[in-house]
Design a protein around this ligand. Structure first.
Ligand code: ADP
Length: 428
Protein backbone atom coordinates (compact mmCIF):
# COMPACT_ATOMS: atom_id res chain seq x y z
CA UNK A 1 0.00 0.00 0.00
CA UNK A 2 1.29 3.48 -0.89
CA UNK A 3 2.63 5.58 1.96
CA UNK A 4 -0.14 8.24 2.41
CA UNK A 5 -2.87 5.60 2.43
CA UNK A 6 -0.89 3.50 4.97
CA UNK A 7 -0.42 6.36 7.44
CA UNK A 8 -4.04 7.55 6.98
CA UNK A 9 -5.43 4.08 7.69
CA UNK A 10 -3.09 3.71 10.68
CA UNK A 11 -4.35 7.03 12.06
CA UNK A 12 -7.95 5.98 11.55
CA UNK A 13 -7.29 2.68 13.30
CA UNK A 14 -5.51 4.48 16.20
CA UNK A 15 -8.46 6.90 16.48
CA UNK A 16 -11.04 4.06 16.58
CA UNK A 17 -8.78 2.05 18.92
CA UNK A 18 -8.54 4.99 21.37
CA UNK A 19 -12.34 5.42 21.28
CA UNK A 20 -12.80 1.67 21.89
CA UNK A 21 -10.42 1.76 24.90
CA UNK A 22 -12.24 4.76 26.37
CA UNK A 23 -15.57 2.98 25.73
CA UNK A 24 -14.34 -0.14 27.49
CA UNK A 25 -12.97 1.94 30.38
CA UNK A 26 -15.93 4.21 30.92
CA UNK A 27 -18.65 1.98 29.46
CA UNK A 28 -20.97 2.74 26.49
CA UNK A 29 -18.55 1.37 23.86
CA UNK A 30 -20.99 1.78 20.97
CA UNK A 31 -21.51 5.47 21.73
CA UNK A 32 -17.78 6.09 21.91
CA UNK A 33 -17.31 4.41 18.53
CA UNK A 34 -20.18 6.31 16.89
CA UNK A 35 -18.84 9.57 18.32
CA UNK A 36 -15.30 8.87 17.07
CA UNK A 37 -16.54 8.01 13.55
CA UNK A 38 -18.78 11.12 13.47
CA UNK A 39 -15.80 13.32 14.39
CA UNK A 40 -13.70 11.61 11.71
CA UNK A 41 -16.48 12.10 9.14
CA UNK A 42 -16.65 15.79 10.07
CA UNK A 43 -12.89 16.08 9.57
CA UNK A 44 -13.12 14.39 6.11
CA UNK A 45 -15.98 16.69 5.08
CA UNK A 46 -14.04 19.79 6.21
CA UNK A 47 -10.93 18.82 4.22
CA UNK A 48 -13.05 18.00 1.12
CA UNK A 49 -14.79 21.37 1.44
CA UNK A 50 -11.43 23.20 1.65
CA UNK A 51 -10.09 21.45 -1.43
CA UNK A 52 -13.27 22.11 -3.40
CA UNK A 53 -13.19 25.80 -2.37
CA UNK A 54 -9.51 26.09 -3.30
CA UNK A 55 -10.17 24.53 -6.74
CA UNK A 56 -13.15 26.85 -7.28
CA UNK A 57 -11.53 30.12 -6.16
CA UNK A 58 -8.05 29.45 -7.51
CA UNK A 59 -6.41 30.70 -4.24
CA UNK A 60 -4.54 27.96 -2.47
CA UNK A 61 -4.71 27.99 1.37
CA UNK A 62 -1.88 26.92 3.69
CA UNK A 63 -2.55 23.31 4.56
CA UNK A 64 -2.80 22.53 8.27
CA UNK A 65 -1.51 18.94 7.98
CA UNK A 66 1.83 18.11 6.43
CA UNK A 67 1.57 14.31 6.13
CA UNK A 68 -1.04 11.75 5.12
CA UNK A 69 -3.55 11.52 2.30
CA UNK A 70 -4.92 15.09 2.52
CA UNK A 71 -1.49 16.70 2.53
CA UNK A 72 -0.48 14.50 -0.42
CA UNK A 73 -3.63 15.43 -2.38
CA UNK A 74 -3.18 19.11 -1.59
CA UNK A 75 0.50 18.97 -2.65
CA UNK A 76 -0.31 17.26 -5.94
CA UNK A 77 -3.15 19.61 -6.77
CA UNK A 78 -0.95 22.58 -6.02
CA UNK A 79 1.83 21.17 -8.29
CA UNK A 80 -0.71 20.59 -11.08
CA UNK A 81 -1.90 24.16 -10.73
CA UNK A 82 1.65 25.53 -10.95
CA UNK A 83 2.30 23.38 -14.03
CA UNK A 84 -0.87 24.54 -15.76
CA UNK A 85 -0.01 28.18 -14.98
CA UNK A 86 3.47 27.75 -16.48
CA UNK A 87 2.00 26.07 -19.59
CA UNK A 88 -0.57 28.86 -20.01
CA UNK A 89 2.18 31.44 -19.75
CA UNK A 90 4.23 29.58 -22.37
CA UNK A 91 1.24 29.32 -24.75
CA UNK A 92 0.48 33.01 -24.33
CA UNK A 93 4.08 33.88 -25.11
CA UNK A 94 4.06 31.59 -28.17
CA UNK A 95 0.81 33.13 -29.37
CA UNK A 96 2.27 36.61 -28.92
CA UNK A 97 5.36 35.63 -30.92
CA UNK A 98 3.25 34.10 -33.72
CA UNK A 99 1.11 37.25 -33.81
CA UNK A 100 4.17 39.49 -33.92
CA UNK A 101 5.93 37.45 -36.64
CA UNK A 102 2.83 37.15 -38.87
CA UNK A 103 2.23 40.86 -38.26
CA UNK A 104 5.75 41.60 -39.54
CA UNK A 105 5.18 39.59 -42.76
CA UNK A 106 4.90 41.63 -45.95
CA UNK A 107 2.49 39.04 -47.40
CA UNK A 108 -1.16 39.05 -46.38
CA UNK A 109 -2.26 35.87 -44.58
CA UNK A 110 -5.94 35.02 -44.03
CA UNK A 111 -7.24 31.88 -42.29
CA UNK A 112 -10.49 30.54 -43.75
CA UNK A 113 -12.90 27.96 -42.36
CA UNK A 114 -14.50 25.24 -44.56
CA UNK A 115 -17.26 27.73 -45.53
CA UNK A 116 -14.57 30.15 -46.75
CA UNK A 117 -15.36 32.58 -43.93
CA UNK A 118 -12.55 34.67 -42.47
CA UNK A 119 -11.34 33.34 -39.10
CA UNK A 120 -8.18 35.43 -38.68
CA UNK A 121 -5.90 37.72 -40.71
CA UNK A 122 -2.58 39.47 -40.20
CA UNK A 123 -1.67 43.17 -40.41
CA UNK A 124 -0.55 43.01 -44.06
CA UNK A 125 -4.04 41.78 -45.00
CA UNK A 126 -5.41 45.10 -43.74
CA UNK A 127 -3.05 47.11 -45.98
CA UNK A 128 -3.15 44.81 -49.00
CA UNK A 129 -6.73 43.51 -49.03
CA UNK A 130 -8.41 46.31 -47.08
CA UNK A 131 -9.76 43.89 -44.44
CA UNK A 132 -11.25 45.36 -41.24
CA UNK A 133 -11.12 43.49 -37.92
CA UNK A 134 -14.45 44.96 -36.79
CA UNK A 135 -16.54 44.11 -39.83
CA UNK A 136 -14.81 41.42 -41.88
CA UNK A 137 -14.19 38.57 -39.41
CA UNK A 138 -16.76 35.87 -40.21
CA UNK A 139 -17.43 37.28 -43.73
CA UNK A 140 -17.01 35.06 -46.79
CA UNK A 141 -13.71 35.91 -48.51
CA UNK A 142 -15.31 35.96 -51.99
CA UNK A 143 -17.61 38.78 -50.80
CA UNK A 144 -14.49 40.87 -50.30
CA UNK A 145 -12.24 39.66 -53.17
CA UNK A 146 -14.68 39.93 -56.02
CA UNK A 147 -12.55 39.10 -59.09
CA UNK A 148 -14.30 36.31 -61.10
CA UNK A 149 -11.01 34.43 -61.52
CA UNK A 150 -10.68 34.35 -57.71
CA UNK A 151 -14.19 32.88 -57.29
CA UNK A 152 -13.24 30.08 -59.73
CA UNK A 153 -9.89 29.51 -57.98
CA UNK A 154 -11.54 29.37 -54.54
CA UNK A 155 -13.78 26.49 -55.67
CA UNK A 156 -10.87 24.50 -57.10
CA UNK A 157 -7.53 25.79 -55.76
CA UNK A 158 -4.37 24.67 -57.56
CA UNK A 159 -0.80 24.68 -56.17
CA UNK A 160 0.04 27.54 -58.58
CA UNK A 161 -0.91 31.05 -57.40
CA UNK A 162 -3.22 33.17 -59.57
CA UNK A 163 -2.95 36.86 -60.41
CA UNK A 164 -5.92 39.15 -59.74
CA UNK A 165 -6.44 42.94 -59.85
CA UNK A 166 -5.69 44.82 -56.62
CA UNK A 167 -8.54 45.29 -54.13
CA UNK A 168 -7.69 48.85 -53.10
CA UNK A 169 -6.31 50.01 -56.51
CA UNK A 170 -7.53 48.25 -59.65
CA UNK A 171 -4.22 49.04 -61.40
CA UNK A 172 -2.28 46.91 -58.88
CA UNK A 173 -1.78 43.19 -59.30
CA UNK A 174 -1.98 40.62 -56.52
CA UNK A 175 -0.68 37.09 -56.57
CA UNK A 176 -3.06 34.93 -54.52
CA UNK A 177 -2.52 31.37 -53.34
CA UNK A 178 -4.77 29.13 -51.24
CA UNK A 179 -3.12 26.41 -49.18
CA UNK A 180 -5.54 23.83 -47.73
CA UNK A 181 -4.72 22.36 -44.31
CA UNK A 182 -6.32 20.52 -41.36
CA UNK A 183 -10.03 19.74 -41.70
CA UNK A 184 -11.00 21.63 -44.84
CA UNK A 185 -9.53 24.85 -43.50
CA UNK A 186 -7.29 26.94 -45.71
CA UNK A 187 -4.70 29.67 -45.58
CA UNK A 188 -4.87 32.41 -48.17
CA UNK A 189 -1.58 34.16 -48.98
CA UNK A 190 -1.66 37.35 -51.04
CA UNK A 191 1.36 39.26 -52.35
CA UNK A 192 1.67 42.55 -54.19
CA UNK A 193 3.28 41.75 -57.57
CA UNK A 194 2.55 45.08 -59.30
CA UNK A 195 6.23 46.06 -59.48
CA UNK A 196 7.35 42.58 -60.55
CA UNK A 197 4.79 42.48 -63.37
CA UNK A 198 5.74 46.00 -64.46
CA UNK A 199 9.40 44.97 -64.67
CA UNK A 200 8.44 41.82 -66.58
CA UNK A 201 6.40 43.89 -69.06
CA UNK A 202 9.26 46.38 -69.46
CA UNK A 203 11.64 43.48 -70.17
CA UNK A 204 9.29 41.98 -72.76
CA UNK A 205 8.67 45.37 -74.38
CA UNK A 206 12.42 45.95 -74.52
CA UNK A 207 13.06 42.62 -76.28
CA UNK A 208 10.17 43.23 -78.70
CA UNK A 209 11.32 46.79 -79.52
CA UNK A 210 14.99 45.85 -79.86
CA UNK A 211 14.08 42.97 -82.22
CA UNK A 212 11.90 45.26 -84.36
CA UNK A 213 14.60 47.94 -84.50
CA UNK A 214 17.28 45.43 -85.51
CA UNK A 215 15.22 43.88 -88.29
CA UNK A 216 15.49 46.76 -90.79
CA UNK A 217 19.30 47.26 -90.64
CA UNK A 218 19.74 43.49 -90.85
CA UNK A 219 17.56 43.30 -93.95
CA UNK A 220 19.73 46.02 -95.56
CA UNK A 221 22.97 44.17 -94.65
CA UNK A 222 21.57 40.88 -95.95
CA UNK A 223 20.52 42.60 -99.17
CA UNK A 224 24.01 44.08 -99.78
CA UNK A 225 25.64 40.75 -98.97
CA UNK A 226 23.42 39.02 -101.56
CA UNK A 227 24.42 41.60 -104.16
CA UNK A 228 28.11 41.30 -103.30
CA UNK A 229 27.98 37.51 -103.51
CA UNK A 230 26.66 37.71 -107.05
CA UNK A 231 29.03 40.53 -108.15
CA UNK A 232 31.88 39.49 -110.48
CA UNK A 233 34.16 42.31 -109.25
CA UNK A 234 34.52 40.75 -105.77
CA UNK A 235 38.03 39.25 -105.39
CA UNK A 236 38.15 35.50 -104.96
CA UNK A 237 39.68 35.63 -101.43
CA UNK A 238 36.56 37.54 -100.23
CA UNK A 239 34.11 34.90 -101.40
CA UNK A 240 34.43 32.69 -98.28
CA UNK A 241 34.19 35.51 -95.71
CA UNK A 242 31.19 36.87 -97.61
CA UNK A 243 29.49 33.47 -97.57
CA UNK A 244 30.10 33.20 -93.80
CA UNK A 245 28.72 36.72 -93.26
CA UNK A 246 25.65 35.76 -95.25
CA UNK A 247 25.20 32.59 -93.14
CA UNK A 248 25.47 34.56 -89.89
CA UNK A 249 23.05 37.27 -91.04
CA UNK A 250 20.62 34.47 -91.94
CA UNK A 251 20.99 33.12 -88.40
CA UNK A 252 20.47 36.55 -86.85
CA UNK A 253 17.36 37.07 -89.00
CA UNK A 254 15.93 33.73 -87.82
CA UNK A 255 16.61 34.60 -84.15
CA UNK A 256 14.97 38.02 -84.58
CA UNK A 257 11.96 36.48 -86.30
CA UNK A 258 11.55 33.95 -83.47
CA UNK A 259 11.96 36.67 -80.82
CA UNK A 260 9.36 38.85 -82.56
CA UNK A 261 6.95 35.90 -82.82
CA UNK A 262 7.41 35.05 -79.13
CA UNK A 263 6.91 38.70 -78.09
CA UNK A 264 3.79 38.96 -80.24
CA UNK A 265 2.26 35.88 -78.60
CA UNK A 266 3.21 37.09 -75.10
CA UNK A 267 1.63 40.50 -75.59
CA UNK A 268 -1.55 39.08 -77.18
CA UNK A 269 -4.41 39.06 -74.67
CA UNK A 270 -6.44 35.90 -74.05
CA UNK A 271 -6.54 32.77 -76.19
CA UNK A 272 -5.81 32.58 -79.93
CA UNK A 273 -8.58 33.44 -82.44
CA UNK A 274 -10.74 30.67 -83.87
CA UNK A 275 -10.29 30.51 -87.65
CA UNK A 276 -10.58 27.12 -89.34
CA UNK A 277 -7.16 25.50 -89.94
CA UNK A 278 -6.89 22.54 -92.30
CA UNK A 279 -4.43 20.32 -90.40
CA UNK A 280 -3.87 17.82 -93.23
CA UNK A 281 -3.11 20.55 -95.79
CA UNK A 282 -0.84 22.39 -93.34
CA UNK A 283 1.15 19.24 -92.54
CA UNK A 284 1.56 18.36 -96.22
CA UNK A 285 2.95 21.86 -96.90
CA UNK A 286 5.41 21.65 -93.99
CA UNK A 287 6.60 18.16 -94.88
CA UNK A 288 7.18 19.21 -98.52
CA UNK A 289 9.47 22.09 -97.48
CA UNK A 290 11.26 20.24 -94.67
CA UNK A 291 12.19 17.05 -96.56
CA UNK A 292 13.83 18.62 -99.59
CA UNK A 293 17.48 17.81 -98.62
CA UNK A 294 19.25 14.82 -97.08
CA UNK A 295 17.29 13.83 -93.99
CA UNK A 296 15.73 10.98 -92.02
CA UNK A 297 12.72 9.10 -93.45
CA UNK A 298 9.47 10.86 -92.62
CA UNK A 299 6.26 8.84 -92.11
CA UNK A 300 2.86 10.50 -91.89
CA UNK A 301 -0.15 9.03 -90.12
CA UNK A 302 -3.11 11.38 -90.44
CA UNK A 303 -5.99 9.18 -89.36
CA UNK A 304 -8.44 12.03 -88.72
CA UNK A 305 -9.93 14.58 -91.07
CA UNK A 306 -10.70 17.03 -88.28
CA UNK A 307 -9.07 20.43 -88.43
CA UNK A 308 -8.44 22.95 -85.68
CA UNK A 309 -9.99 26.24 -84.64
CA UNK A 310 -7.14 28.66 -84.03
CA UNK A 311 -4.49 30.90 -85.51
CA UNK A 312 -3.06 29.31 -88.67
CA UNK A 313 0.31 31.08 -88.22
CA UNK A 314 0.69 29.81 -84.66
CA UNK A 315 -0.40 26.24 -85.45
CA UNK A 316 2.02 26.28 -88.41
CA UNK A 317 4.74 27.35 -85.97
CA UNK A 318 3.94 24.49 -83.55
CA UNK A 319 3.95 21.79 -86.25
CA UNK A 320 6.92 23.21 -88.17
CA UNK A 321 9.17 23.64 -85.12
CA UNK A 322 8.52 20.10 -83.87
CA UNK A 323 9.03 18.49 -87.27
CA UNK A 324 12.15 20.58 -87.95
CA UNK A 325 13.64 19.60 -84.56
CA UNK A 326 12.90 15.89 -85.10
CA UNK A 327 14.62 16.00 -88.51
CA UNK A 328 17.60 17.98 -87.17
CA UNK A 329 18.23 15.70 -84.21
CA UNK A 330 17.75 12.39 -86.09
CA UNK A 331 20.50 10.89 -88.29
CA UNK A 332 19.68 10.35 -91.97
CA UNK A 333 19.24 6.59 -91.46
CA UNK A 334 16.62 7.20 -88.71
CA UNK A 335 12.86 7.69 -88.88
CA UNK A 336 10.55 10.56 -87.95
CA UNK A 337 6.84 9.83 -87.49
CA UNK A 338 4.17 12.51 -87.57
CA UNK A 339 0.64 11.60 -86.44
CA UNK A 340 -2.66 13.46 -86.10
CA UNK A 341 -5.23 11.55 -84.03
CA UNK A 342 -8.60 12.49 -82.61
CA UNK A 343 -10.35 10.84 -79.64
CA UNK A 344 -13.38 11.58 -77.42
CA UNK A 345 -11.62 14.23 -75.37
CA UNK A 346 -9.58 16.09 -77.98
CA UNK A 347 -6.80 15.59 -80.50
CA UNK A 348 -3.11 14.72 -80.38
CA UNK A 349 -0.45 15.94 -82.75
CA UNK A 350 2.50 13.58 -82.21
CA UNK A 351 6.04 13.85 -83.55
CA UNK A 352 8.32 10.96 -82.61
CA UNK A 353 11.83 10.22 -83.82
CA UNK A 354 14.63 7.68 -83.44
CA UNK A 355 17.26 10.40 -83.00
CA UNK A 356 19.74 11.40 -80.32
CA UNK A 357 17.06 11.84 -77.60
CA UNK A 358 17.15 14.00 -74.48
CA UNK A 359 18.46 12.95 -71.03
CA UNK A 360 15.56 12.76 -68.56
CA UNK A 361 16.85 15.53 -66.27
CA UNK A 362 16.86 18.05 -69.14
CA UNK A 363 13.32 17.35 -70.42
CA UNK A 364 11.65 19.98 -68.15
CA UNK A 365 14.18 22.60 -69.36
CA UNK A 366 14.02 22.24 -73.14
CA UNK A 367 11.09 24.67 -73.44
CA UNK A 368 13.12 27.46 -71.75
CA UNK A 369 14.31 30.23 -74.06
CA UNK A 370 17.77 29.60 -75.50
CA UNK A 371 18.14 26.29 -73.64
CA UNK A 372 20.08 23.91 -75.87
CA UNK A 373 21.69 20.63 -74.90
CA UNK A 374 24.37 21.07 -77.52
CA UNK A 375 24.52 24.77 -78.55
CA UNK A 376 27.12 24.10 -81.27
CA UNK A 377 25.05 21.40 -82.95
CA UNK A 378 21.85 23.45 -82.61
CA UNK A 379 23.48 26.52 -84.25
CA UNK A 380 25.11 24.44 -86.99
CA UNK A 381 21.74 22.97 -87.93
CA UNK A 382 20.03 26.37 -88.01
CA UNK A 383 18.44 26.30 -84.55
CA UNK A 384 17.69 29.46 -82.58
CA UNK A 385 17.01 27.91 -79.15
CA UNK A 386 13.55 29.47 -79.20
CA UNK A 387 11.58 26.83 -81.12
CA UNK A 388 10.14 24.87 -78.18
CA UNK A 389 9.43 28.07 -76.20
CA UNK A 390 7.31 29.21 -79.17
CA UNK A 391 5.61 25.77 -79.35
CA UNK A 392 4.72 25.84 -75.63
CA UNK A 393 3.39 29.38 -75.79
CA UNK A 394 1.38 28.87 -78.96
CA UNK A 395 -0.13 25.68 -77.54
CA UNK A 396 -1.16 27.46 -74.34
CA UNK A 397 -2.91 30.09 -76.46
CA UNK A 398 -4.97 27.25 -77.96
CA UNK A 399 -5.83 25.70 -74.58
CA UNK A 400 -3.40 22.86 -75.32
CA UNK A 401 -0.50 21.20 -73.53
CA UNK A 402 2.88 19.83 -74.53
CA UNK A 403 4.08 16.44 -73.24
CA UNK A 404 7.65 15.29 -73.90
CA UNK A 405 9.06 11.82 -73.35
CA UNK A 406 12.55 10.79 -74.31
CA UNK A 407 15.65 8.81 -73.40
CA UNK A 408 19.17 9.73 -74.28
CA UNK A 409 20.19 7.92 -77.47
CA UNK A 410 16.71 6.41 -77.98
CA UNK A 411 14.77 9.17 -79.71
CA UNK A 412 12.10 11.55 -78.48
CA UNK A 413 8.32 11.95 -78.61
CA UNK A 414 6.53 15.31 -78.48
CA UNK A 415 2.75 15.24 -78.00
CA UNK A 416 0.61 18.36 -78.47
CA UNK A 417 -2.78 17.86 -76.84
CA UNK A 418 -5.60 20.05 -78.16
CA UNK A 419 -8.93 20.27 -76.26
CA UNK A 420 -12.21 19.12 -77.87
CA UNK A 421 -13.54 22.67 -78.27
CA UNK A 422 -10.63 23.50 -80.61
CA UNK A 423 -11.55 20.69 -83.05
CA UNK A 424 -13.61 21.45 -86.17
CA UNK A 425 -14.52 20.12 -89.60
CA UNK A 426 -14.40 22.26 -92.74
CA UNK A 427 -18.16 22.80 -92.73
CA UNK A 428 -18.01 24.30 -89.23
P1 ADP B 1 16.75 24.67 -81.14
O1 ADP B 1 16.60 25.79 -82.07
O2 ADP B 1 18.09 24.58 -80.51
O3 ADP B 1 16.25 23.38 -81.68
P2 ADP B 1 14.46 24.38 -79.46
O4 ADP B 1 13.85 25.28 -78.46
O5 ADP B 1 13.63 23.97 -80.61
O6 ADP B 1 15.78 25.08 -79.92
O7 ADP B 1 14.96 23.09 -78.72
C1 ADP B 1 15.74 23.23 -77.55
C2 ADP B 1 16.66 22.05 -77.36
O8 ADP B 1 15.90 20.86 -77.12
C3 ADP B 1 17.47 21.71 -78.60
O9 ADP B 1 18.63 22.50 -78.70
C4 ADP B 1 17.81 20.24 -78.36
O10 ADP B 1 18.90 20.15 -77.47
C5 ADP B 1 16.56 19.74 -77.64
N1 ADP B 1 15.64 19.07 -78.62
C6 ADP B 1 14.53 19.59 -79.16
N2 ADP B 1 13.92 18.69 -79.96
C7 ADP B 1 14.66 17.56 -79.91
C8 ADP B 1 14.56 16.25 -80.51
N3 ADP B 1 13.56 15.91 -81.33
N4 ADP B 1 15.52 15.33 -80.20
C9 ADP B 1 16.51 15.66 -79.33
N5 ADP B 1 16.68 16.86 -78.75
C10 ADP B 1 15.76 17.80 -79.04
Amino acid sequence: MREPWGSTLLRLLAWIGAAALLGLWFGGLAWWLVGALAIYLGYVLRQTYRIERALRSGSWPQWDVTTGLWAEMAGRLSALRRKSRRRKKRYNQLLREIRESTGALADAGVLLNPEHEIVWFNRAAIDLLGLDRKTDLGQRIDNLLRAPEFARYLCAPTPEPISIPGVLRATDRLSVQIIPYGRKQSLLIARDVTRQQLLERTRKDFVANASHELRSPLTVIAGYLDTLQDADEVPEQWRRPLAEMQRQTGRMTRILEDLIELSRMESAIGEADESYVDVRGLLERIVATRTSGDCAALQMDISADAGLLGSEAEIYSIFDNLIANALRFTPVDGTVRVAWRVDDTGANFVVSDTGIGIAEEFIPRVTERFFRLDPGRSRESGGTGLGLAIVKHALQRHGGELAISSRLGEGAEFICRFPLQRLAHRSA
